[in-house]
Write a protein that binds this ligand. Structure first.
Ligand code: NAD
Ligand code: USQ
Length: 397
């Protein structure tokens, strides 16, 4: 299949591009390098030494024996260029990773809230609009998040996107209907993902666009079978207080001798998936598109759920790292249950990598190996969820 990977320079997008290429698909990466620019803005760098795009692609040509195309384009603003690209390349599928994905960055300031809304909502709308405009039957695979559901369950396992509800009619009889599971975003970033879901519902109903929305948990790990083939192919590892996600942060903190920063009581339960499984799930989703006329397919892309204080305790047991409960900068429940259905991917034959299988490898072969690149001043989380925590001058809009 021919596939455009939007956001193909990022943490999930780069290994996915290599994986799909390795599996014989014809890949073109579209990215405006905004993530690398945000690193400069924040004064941080990936823990791993990621290479410029031209070097990455050259390396893949050499060791993978296949070429991957690259187009530097902003999907949120360059609508005409996006339409031209789609018309010219006529892809079978578009995998859409191209959003601002950090909840803390999205809550950092009025400016970053606005940027996240503009970038993510205009980007997703442009992609849908461009698919319709070009008149091509393209399967859109979007990376959404478990966070669209919120993290509190109503005592039932979280379904895959849809929930059956019953309405009482005036005559007392009951009417059954399946609706999108009630969205409950916990940050401006998560809010954009709930809005994306509405856009998918509309374009699917109105124009018959075939869409798969993947509700992915927190991705951990760094490398895949493709990114390890050459040092120049190494994947990004974010550890800073805005972009670092919790499990990779704990692994890096253990490796550099920094106490594991558990927010508050640490009773938060979250869903996790290894980066190796991210790339495989995307392949499975892409190769199993909805049939014409199907509603939006929604799949939960997660392997297992864990409570944060249990994760910290596990890593502490393995490494001797100290655990520190720090004040929680977020507005979130500090205790929740999370049981998630993931039967759709399981039914496609997916066997996930589980935590015990990769933790030590990640600590020793990545976090410790590159620990001299860590700037410990960048570890604390400074972005707070409410204004009462951030008094001061108004931000630039
Ligand atoms: P990332 O920030 O590393 O990658 C996103 C890429 O998209 C970057 O290379 C960035 O430059 C590009 N991009 C952003 N806006 C763009 C625009 N307007 N035009 C063109 N390119 C643009 O993020 P990631 O961790 O790879 O996440 C990818 C997707 O997966 C996101 O949509 C995110 O919401 C979702 N997701 C990520 C995780 C996780 O733990 N990392 C978990 C669940 C879901
Ligand atoms: N946390 C800590 N200590 C830390 C960092 C975070 O206790 O040092 C806590 C947070 O308070 C939160 C939890 O860990 O309760 C998860 O935080 P995170 O930054 O790992 O993940 P999150 O903000 O939810 O976002 C990440 C990705 C996002 C994706 C989401 C999937 O950045 O793109 O959508 O995971 S999910 O969480 O399943 O919705």
């Amino acid at each position: 299949m021919k596939v455009l990977v939007l956001g193909g320079d990022g943490f999930c997008g780069w290994p996915t591009s290599l994986y799909l290429s390795d599996k014989g698909h014809d890949v073109i990466i579209v990215d405006n390098m905004s993530r690398r620019k945000i690193d400069i803005e924040l004064g941080v760098e990936s823990l791993t030494p990621i290479r410029p795009m031209d070097e990455r692609l050259q390396a893949w040509q050499e060791v993978g024996g296949r070429s991957i195309g690259f187009v530097d384009l902003d999907v949120a603003t360059d609508f005409c260029e996006l339409c031209e690209l789609i018309s010219r390349e006529q892809p079978d599928a578009i995998v859409h990773f191209a959003e601002q994905r950090a909840a803390p960055y999205s809550m950092k300031s009025a400016r970053t809230k606005n940027y996240t809304i503009r970038n993510n909502l205009c980007g997703t709308h442009n992609v849908l609009n461009a698919i319709v405009e070009t008149g091509l039957d393209i399967h859109l695979v979007h990376l959404g998040t478990m966070g669209v559901y919120g993290y509190g369950t109503a005592g039932i396992p979280l379904p895959e996107g849809y929930q059956t509800v019953y309405f009482k009619k005036p005559d007392g009889s009951m009417q059954e209907r399946e609706i999108i599971y009630p969205p409950d975003p916990g940050s401006v970033y998560h809010l954009t993902k709930t809005q994306d879901a509405l856009m998918f519902q509309f374009y699917n109903k109105n124009d018959g666009v075939r869409i798969t929305d993947l509700h992915q948990g927190i991705v951990w790990g760094t490398q895949t079978d493709q990114t390890t083939r050459d040092e120049r192919l190494i994947n990004r590892f974010d550890y800073d207080g805005d972009y670092g996600t919790v499990l990779n942060r704990f692994l890096m903190q253990a490796a550099v001798g920094y106490p594991l920063t558990v927010h508050g009581a640490g009773g938060q339960t979250r869903a996790f998936i290894h980066i190796r499984d991210t790339v495989e799930c995307i392949r499975l989703a892409m190769e199993n598109p909805p049939a014409a006329g199907d509603r939006v397919h929604i799949l939960n892309q997660m392997a297992e759920s864990h409570r944060l204080r249990d994760l910290a305790a596990l890593i502490s047991r393995l490494t001797g790292a100290e655990i520190r409960h720090v004040p929680n900068p977020r507005k979130e429940d500090e205790d929740n249950e999370l049981i998630v259905k993931n039967e759709k991917f399981r039914s496609l034959g997916w066997e996930p990598v589980l935590l015990e299988e990769g933790l030590l490898d990640e600590i020793y072969n990545i976090a410790q190996k590159y620990s001299d690149r860590c700037d410990k001043n960048r570890i604390p989380c400074h972005s707070t969820w409410t204004r009462s925590h951030q008094p001061g001058i108004p931000e630039e809009q």
